[in-house]
Design a protein around this ligand. Sequence first.
Ligand SMILES: Cc1cc2nc3c(=O)[nH]c(=O)nc-3n(C[C@H](O)[C@H](O)[C@H](O)COP(=O)(O)OP(=O)(O)OC[C@H]3O[C@@H](n4cnc5c(N)ncnc54)[C@H](O)[C@@H]3O)c2cc1C
Length: 440
Amino acid sequence: MIIIGGGVAGLSAALEAQRLGVTPRLYEAAPGLGGRVRSFYDRRWGGELDNGPHLIIGACSALLALLDQLDTRALLDPVDPCQYTFWRASDGLSHLRCPPLPAPLHLLIGLFRFPGLTMKDRLAAVRLGWSLVQGAEKWAGQSVTQWAEGTGQTEALFQRLWSPLCLAALNEPPASADAPLFLATLKETFLDQAAGAIPMPARVTLDRLLITPAAQKIRQQGGAITTRWRLRQIQTEGNRVTVLKEAKASLSVQKDPVVLALPSRVISRLMPEWAEQKEINTMESAPIVSLYFRFDGLHPLPETMLGCSDGVGQWFFDRCALGMDSGQGQEYAVVISGAYREIHSASEELVAAIMVQLQQLVPSLGDQQPSVVRVVRERFASFSPWPGIKRPGTHTAWENLFLAGDWTDTGLPATMEGAVRSGQRAARMALEFQAGSRGE
Ligand SMILES: Cc1cc2nc3c(=O)[nH]c(=O)nc-3n(C[C@H](O)[C@H](O)[C@H](O)COP(=O)(O)OP(=O)(O)OC[C@H]3O[C@@H](n4cnc5c(N)ncnc54)[C@H](O)[C@@H]3O)c2cc1C
């Protein structure tokens, strides 16, 4: 099997092919693997950083199974029993604590205990549960804001829970996020299993957790990985792909099926047919900006991880509490999702805005300025899940060509879980095709 693209989807496709007894050949354009799950050594920081903190939750069943396969799941630090802490300048910290009870009882109890909500807010939360049970189709083409209005979600619930969860999970503000995708995500996270919402931050970089172990396993089992190989054009004959062209060489595709695990914006340039396919060429990208701060001394956050819904920084992580720090002082990671505006802001402006939040969250910082700051901008962090979005499936118009990637129709937002599931599914379909053609 030929796999193009060495991000999480491509690596997952390769591992799945091997699990099913087929040796993959994987080609990646960059010098290193991982795609949007990337770790790098930063000289000024004096250590390894990720291109942004990535959160794994209990509902990421395929990703967690993959980490089991790679023997790295123990590097996650599950917050069990499940707890999310939110902070707002106006009302301080509030905890959403879901006790270890069967779903959806755990969520109901968590919501009923969530501070600062009135009985009206709590009843609105029950209506949310009802709309999840009813199914998401009713909200097709509508935004999360329209869904919230339609189900009578109160301002307090919306501002304090649904809006920050939507931004975090879909990387899109509720007014422009697809309601069915959000509801499907809430269902997988909170209703399908009690452990689904448990946050599982990693204690190591993404590269050590996932990318290097995956690459090692592929190679150990005889798979071939070629980096600095950029696909430029795909040639077809009838309903088959025949040649994959890069700058200097071409790969002739004979019996091998091909899995393309590339970003949508790359795919649309590879074949004229895709440039015209609306589902691919109208997909836009949503940015994420991440900031890393280091201060002298130790100044822990009130919680290892907390969400803020009324400031520029939305999620704050205490890297020291996670054991990810370099031992040179207090380190925080801060995430700005749906950062359409902030991707263009000057770093000084972002740092100043987040410093205001940090000084309120951690009073012991006083007027202290950070000793090092690193701003990481990811322009193409995820696809924009706009209302009514249509995503292509795994099969293509060419019988030996299969699509993978977090942007394909996984039913999930752009996540590592979606990427793993898409890669595994593409590998399985490719092998089914191969088995079928042998039988012909
Ligand atoms: C800052 C940030 C924070 C995130 N936070 C989270 C989170 O908290 N939780 C979560 O689950 N997910 C998170 N994500 C999303 C997650 O990283 C992605 O969903 C996932 O990595 C997508 O993997 P992929 O394999 O589908 O795509 P990609 O990682 O984009 O892989 C595509 C690969 O194809 C390669 N390629 C491109 N063009 C060519 C070509 N012509 N020829 C050959 N190769 C090519 C690329 O170099 C890349 O390696 C975050 C992403 C970012 C950027």
